[in-house]
Design a protein around this ligand. Structure first.
Ligand SMILES: C[S@@+](CC[C@H](N)C(=O)[O-])C[C@H]1O[C@@H](n2cnc3c(N)ncnc32)[C@H](O)[C@@H]1O
Length: 424
C-alpha cells in the first residue's frame, strides 16, 4: 500500500502543480505500474480521485498541522493522500500512518519523522481540525473561492447543494443501444447475472454497484455503453429522424454521436479538432457497429471540411469549463482558472456563429455544455439570439431542468441545453 500511496501522491502532484489532467496522468501511471493487481489499481484510483475531490480541505488541514510549509511538494501530496485516507476510508488509522512513514522513508529518509509527527498530530486533533476547516468556505466546500463566489452569485442558497453534489461519488450509468434492446430488456439481462440496476431515463440505467465493462453482458457486441444520464438528453432533444443529414461538430469521444446513430438511420458527419480523441469515436462506432463519417477539423472554420450541403440537425457540444462534471473529474476544480470561463464563452460564441450558417432553414441546432456557469450557457445563447433574427429558442422540458440547466444530482451530471430553430 505504501507504493500505492506514493504513486497517488505523484499523480496528485502532477495535476495540482503540473496542471496535468488526471485521466491522462492515471493512464500513464497504470501503464508504468502494469504489475499492480486489479485491487491495487482500484485503490490507486480511489486515492487520486478522493484526494483531489477534497484537495483544498486537506490542504487547509495540512497547513494547520505544519509549523512551516514542506519544502518538497511531493511530500506535501503524500501527507494529503494519507490525510484523505484517515478522513474518508475505512482502513486502520495506524496502518495508514505506518505506510505513509515507510513511503516517505523510501523517497526521502529524512522526512519520515515529519510524516509520522504530522499524521499522529492529525489523529489527536481531528475533530478540532474538521471544525476549523468548516469555518472557511474554500476548505468547507472543497472548491476554489472564485468558483464558490460564482455559484453563490448565480444560484444563491442552492450553490451549497450543487457543490455537495459535485463532491459525491458518481454512479456507473449505462446507455442501452435501442438497436438491440430496451432499458427494461437490458435490466432483465443484467439481473440474470446478479447485477442490480435502476432505470432513470428512457435509455439509461444506473448500476447499484459499478462493474468493469468486460463484466457487462453483450458489451463487446455493442448492446450498451457507459454514459451519464444527463448526457443522454442530447440525442433525444435533437429530435433526429430517419434520412436526416446531421452534424456532430465537437464529437469526441463519441458518446452522443453513437446515441444519435442508435436512435435513427441518419447520415452523420462527426467532426472534432483533436485527432487523438477522434480515435475513441472510431473505436466506439466500431464496437457498436454504427457508421458515420469522422473528420478532424475546427468547428469554427467549416470552410476547411464542409462540402456546402446544409444539415437538418446540428449538435454543438462545445468545449467548456466542465464545471458540471466535477464528480467524475475532480481535477477540474483545481485546473480551471477564473479567467477560463470568459475565454470559453468567446470560443463557444465563435463555434455557434460558424455552425449556424451550416444549418438548413427549418433545421434545429442543439447547443450543449457540461457547465453550470450561466456565462457559458444562457448568456452565450442570449447573445447569439440577439445577433440572429432567423434564430429562435424551442423550450425544452425535462425533470429538474430549469431554463436549459440540469444541475448535478444523484442521477445526473450537470448539463446545459438550448435547442435553436432556424426560420423556414
Ligand atoms: C464536451 S467534449 C464533446 C463530448 C462528445 N460530444 C461526447 O458526447 O462524447 C468537447 C469536444 O470538443 C472538441 N473541440 C474543442 N474545440 C473544438 C473546435 N473548435 N472544433 C471542433 N472540436 C472542438 C474537443 O476536442 C472535445 O473533444
Amino acid at each position: 500500500m505504501q507504493h500505492i500511496q506514493i504513486e497517488a501522491a505523484k499523480a496528485v502532484h502532477k495535476v495540482v502543480h503540473g496542471g496535468r489532467n488526471l485521466t491522462q496522468v492515471l493512464s500513464e501511471t497504470l501503464r508504468k505500474e502494469s504489475k499492480l493487481t486489479a485491487q491495487e489499481k482500484g485503490a490507486l484510483q480511489d486515492l487520486c480521485y478522493g484526494t483531489l475531490r477534497y484537495y483544498s480541505r486537506l490542504a487547509y488541514m495540512l497547513d494547520s498541522l505544519l509549523q512551516r510549509p514542506v519544502r518538497e511538494p511531493l511530500l506535501g501530496s503524500l501527507l494529503m493522500v494519507a490525510i484523505y485516507q484517515l478522513e474518508h476510508t475505512k482502513a486502520g488509522k495506524h496502518v495508514i500512518v505506518d505506510q505513509a512513514v515507510h513511503a516517505a522513508k523510501n523517497t526521502n529518509p529524512a522526512a519520515s519523522g515529519l510524516v509520522n509527527a504530522v499524521l499522529r498530530n492529525y489523529l489527536r486533533r481531528q475533530s478540532v481540525l474538521r471544525e476549523a476547516a468548516n469555518q472557511k468556505e474554500e476548505s468547507h466546500y472543497a472548491y476554489r473561492q472564485w468558483w464558490i463566489n460564482a455559484l453563490k452569485a448565480q444560484y444563491g442558497e442552492q450553490a451549497a447543494e450543487i457543490m455537495q453534489a459535485g463532491n459525491r461519488h458518481p454512479p456507473m450509468t449505462l446507455r442501452v443501444n435501442a438497436r438491440h434492446t430496451t432499458a427494461p430488456g437490458y435490466q432483465t439481462v443484467l439481473a440474470a447475472q446478479d447485477i442490480a440496476a435502476q432505470i432513470v431515463e428512457p435509455d439509461a440505467l444506473i448500476l447499484e454497484c459499478p462493474v468493469p465493462v468486460e463484466k457487462l453482458p453483450k458489451f463487446n457486441e455493442g448492446w450498451v455503453s457507459v454514459q451519464d444520464a444527463g448526457a443522454q438528453y442530447a440525442a433525444h432533444f435533437l429530435d433526429v429522424h430517419d434520412g436526416m443529414r446531421v452534424l456532430d461538430a465537437c464529437a469526441a469521444p463519441g458518446g452522443k454521436t453513437a446515441h444519435l446513430l442508435e436512435l435513427a438511420d441518419i447520415e452523420l458527419l462527426a467532426v472534432d479538432k483533436d485527432e487523438l480523441r477522434l480515435g475513441r469515436v472510431r473505436e466506439n462506432l466500431q464496437r457498436l457497429k454504427l457508421d458515420a463519417q469522422v473528420v478532424c477539423g475546427d468547428a469554427a472554420s467549416p470552410e476547411d471540411w464542409w462540402d456546402g450541403k446544409a444539415f437538418e440537425r446540428i449538435l454543438a457540444d462545445v468545449p467548456c469549463s466542465a464545471s458540471g462534471v466535477v464528480r467524475r473529474h475532480p481535477d477540474i476544480k483545481w485546473l480551471r482558472r477564473q479567467e477560463d470561463i470568459a475565454n470559453f464563452a468567446v470560443q463557444q460564441a465563435q463555434v455557434l456563429e460558424s455552425l449556424w450558417s451550416l444549418l438548413a432553414s427549418d433545421g434545429k441546432l442543439l447547443y450543449a455544455t457540461c457547465s453550470v456557469f450561466a456565462r457559458e450557457n444562457q448568456q452565450v445563447v442570449a447573445e447569439f439570439l440577439a445577433r440572429h433574427d432567423d434564430a429562435s429558442k424551442i423550450e425544452l422540458s425535462a425533470t429538474g431542468m430549469i431554463d436549459g440547466q440540469l444541475l448535478p444530482d444523484r442521477e445526473h451530471d450537470g448539463f446545459f441545453y438550448a435547442l435553436l430553430h432556424k426560420q423556414a
